[in-house]
Design a protein. Structure first.
Length: 83
């Protein structure tokens, strides 16, 4: 009788440990999934921000290029007038 009780108690404790570990593993997996989704969302937002920033910088660089061209033309005109 005592051996049977000890056996059932041991198996019960092992069962509880297995259930507890399974629960912990499932919760950790779900947490990592949520974090992965958040990382992907942030990467998409970063990509959009990078595209917008690139567009803004390109516009500024093109504007500077046009201004430099105009200034160069004015300098050439001024040089011709001095001759």
């Amino acid at each position: 009788m005592e051996a049977g009780t000890t056996y059932l108690f041991t198996q019960g404790v092992l069962g509880i440990v297995v259930v507890a570990l399974s629960t912990v593993c499932i919760k950790l997996y779900n947490k990592s999934e949520k974090q992965q989704l958040r990382i992907e969302e942030l990467q998409d937002l970063r990509l959009e921000d990078t595209k917008q920033l690139t567009k803004d910088v390109t516009d500024v660089v093109q504007g500077n290029s046009q201004n430099m061209r105009v200034l160069s033309e004015k300098i050439e005109i001024a040089k011709e007038q001095l001759k």
